[in-house]
Write a new protein. Structure first.
Lengths: 452, 452
């Protein structure tokens, strides 16, 4: 039995414990949580002046894009997504995507993220997560706005999912992600969800991210509509919003997809998400940075929707730091609603842990420090001036420590970060390869005339 | 001549320079800025894979409150300011305030902040800034909502300012701060500003921070009005807003005070600030965290108002990190306006440097890397995954590196942080005293029945 002790233990499912400890059994499960003075015997790992909590759950990433940080700073959303798609098609090799995914997991682990819900075209993140010992769900993306692409797209999806499932483990699972309403034809959307349901795989989809997406669906207008029409694809009015479409198609009730973003949700979208128990991956920094706006997080929580926090990719964020996302969520909701009680620090810490676990259906395994759950843990040290005044550990995490690297990280009882050290023995090599790939894509963009 | 070289030099007044260098002369002034290959001879300090820029300017702090981090997480604004005032009166000793101010400068220097515009009741921050080698303006606060307090308050102000001026230097100057419209009677406000003008001292004032402040001034209602009436002080309608009051009293035109916050500014306030050239200290994290809302930063900039960024105190923020404030400003404006072009990374970096310098009237001395200015410098390393993809140094600073400690900091050519080390030889002792004072105030709050 290992004991991990810290000045504060934050179980999330119970109030913070001063001078607490967590016991981890040989199977990598939590065997005990409580005040250190009452702890069972075991080898003690002393974290000292630190806050220990459940490992963070990142409910939305694109790890294979981690070499595209800072690449698209000046683009509007349509240009952003087009450049990104072109980069993926024209310049990023399979090796680049693998290096990017490894780099992303490295960054996430250093920030205390133990679970990743990743949507991926290449599948590379699955290998990166396995290799780094992290937990996650890799949703295989499928694209195809043209009805004629339907059969090819489904064949490709089945092959890719089969290949991923052959490598999947209890720690890293597989899902399906029809990308978005403007990039996936309605028939393909139905097929992909039926396939996922039949195979028992979870579904995730980008919804209500941009004004352009709403205009496309509601009015058949805007840049996405123009782009598709230019390729000879018919576009018309389809639904009030992506969530309405999912409800009308029966997908909301059956596949209950993870709704990624939802920044442009209106009240009816919030109510539908609650009615069908479709969870939401809330990405406050990405939504703000790309100018999409502020998602109605408070309304979603009040309606009882399961919500997790996501970083999105570094192409839109530019960091994979979930505690920082918790802080951004608080500042964003309090600022937008002009209410100090719009979101508390404790709620934000819960969103970053059990909220994400619930949204992903992993809450029986992770998200809180409770006996029997997997020992996915993360700790932050209260070093330096910022650690002074940590009387309220949730406030210390969400406001003072957010953005800092984690000092200790483990997944299923396997220690990945010790004393703030690198999360992988090959960290330096992964970093160097990621850097080279990032320079490559940056050179391509400059050569392609996009300037910077 | 010293040469400081880095992968990127960001002069702010000119485009970023790849593989750049800055030359610092023996008098602590910038002697040259340009590509390293063209640099004059000198002792080279190699920062390597880092971004070097002007030291950051924090346009609003209360350094003497640095031991109150996390203390007031659950209070509404009126309770927050009352508890804070009581703590200052009942429990914090002069030693505590001094320790808190030192702790704050330590935290700020570690975050690359070289200039501090501090509003202080005790004057302790002046000594802390001097002791730590930082630059700043310490605005002596004056309070007195009752007309009967006017003469006593002015006598106190004159004495305190005289004592501060006796210790002031070209690096650390003195100003005057009538606290706010709800805590300073109109006659005292006029006296204090007349005194400052006569003495050639800059003026700063909290304005339009809260809905309660606007209700107090516009309608004579709300918690501030009730509190003053309870003390037998007459309260009535006075003006549309604090800025309108300052204009009507002639203060906006003469003292041109630094307007702290302005979160509740309407269009007429923005236009008056521009008309009278009153600068604004914009505190995005504090404004959001306390639930005041989002200041109209874009409108202020479009109107030509001089704007700097401020952290406010850790009692409301809870960090003294100005690069992080730049990121928060971008995310907040883009989120609130739902426009990706609401504020660029380069604009945010400019706000954190030359913007603050202009707002404080220090732009002849600091805020850009230009020959003849003081060598106030800060650098961040592009270490680790977050440093990958730093093709656009402003985006790297504002989005990826914000919140990280600075690797190198100097003020007037005196190196205060080297290789990310502690910014003061006595850092450990300052930290320990700050921690003890923070625990004291926290115990007081618990004993006073406020809970946590």
């Amino acid at each position: 039995m290992r004991l991990i002790a810290a000045r504060w233990v934050v179980p999330v499912s119970a109030p913070p414990i001063a001078d607490g400890a967590v016991a981890v059994d040989g199977g990598g499960r939590i065997a005990w949580v409580g005040p250190r003075a009452d702890a069972p015997a075991g080898d003690v790992e002393e974290l000292g002046d630190a806050i220990l909590l459940p490992g963070l759950v990142n409910a939305h990433t694109h790890l294979e894009l981690t070499t595209m940080r800072g690449l698209l700073e000046d683009a509007d959303f349509f240009a952003w997504i087009r450049t990104l798609t072109r980069a993926r098609a024209e310049v990023l090799t399979d090796d680049d995507l693998r290096d990017a995914a490894r780099l992303g997991v490295l960054e996430g682990l250093a920030a205390g993220v133990t679970t990743y819900a990743d949507t991926s075209a290449s599948g590379a993140p699955l290998d990166a997560l396995l290799e780094c010992g992290a937990r996650g769900i890799v949703y295989q993306e499928v694209f195809g706005p043209d009805a004629a692409q339907r059969d090819d797209a489904m064949r490709g999806l089945r092959e890719r999912v089969a290949a991923l499932r052959a490598r999947a483990t209890p720690l890293v699972r597989v899902g399906v992600s029809p990308h978005a309403v403007y990039s996936v034809h309605e028939e393909l959307l139905l097929d992909a969800c039926a396939f996922a349901l039949g195979a028992g795989l979870p579904v995730a989809m980008h919804v209500s991210e941009s004004a352009a997406e709403i205009a496309f669906l509601r009015e058949g207008t805007g840049p996405f509509a123009d782009f598709l029409r230019g390729r000879g694809i018919a576009v018309g009015r389809r639904a009030h919003s992506p969530v309405h479409l999912l409800a009308e198609l029966g997908i909301a009730a059956t596949a209950r997809p993870l709704l990624i973003h939802g920044v442009r949700f209106d009240d009816s979208d919030v109510q539908l998400a609650a009615h069908y128990d479709c969870p939401v991956a809330h990405c406050p920094a990405s939504n703000a940075k790309l100018g999409h706006g502020v998602a109605p997080l408070r309304a979603l929580l009040d309606a009882g929707v399961r919500v997790g926090l996501g970083t999105d990719s570094v192409a839109s964020n530019n960091r994979l730091d979930l505690l920082d996302e918790a802080r951004t969520a608080v500042l964003q909701q309090r600022g937008a609603l002009a209410r100090a009680d719009a979101l508390s620090a404790a709620e934000a810490v819960a969103l970053a842990t059990i909220g994400g676990a619930r949204a992903l259906g992993l809450d029986a395994e992770v998200g809180t420090l409770e006996v029997g759950k997997a020992a996915d843990l993360a700790a932050w040290r209260l070093d330096g001036p910022r650690g002074v005044g940590a009387d309220d550990p949730a406030a210390a995490l969400a406001f003072a420590l957010a953005g800092r690297p984690a000092a200790h990280v483990e997944v299923a009882g396997r220690v990945l970060v010790r004393d703030g050290g690198p999360p992988h023995p090959d960290a330096a090599a992964i970093l160097a390869r990621g850097d080279a790939a990032a320079r490559g894509v940056s050179d391509w963009r400059r050569a392609a005339g996009g300037g910077r």
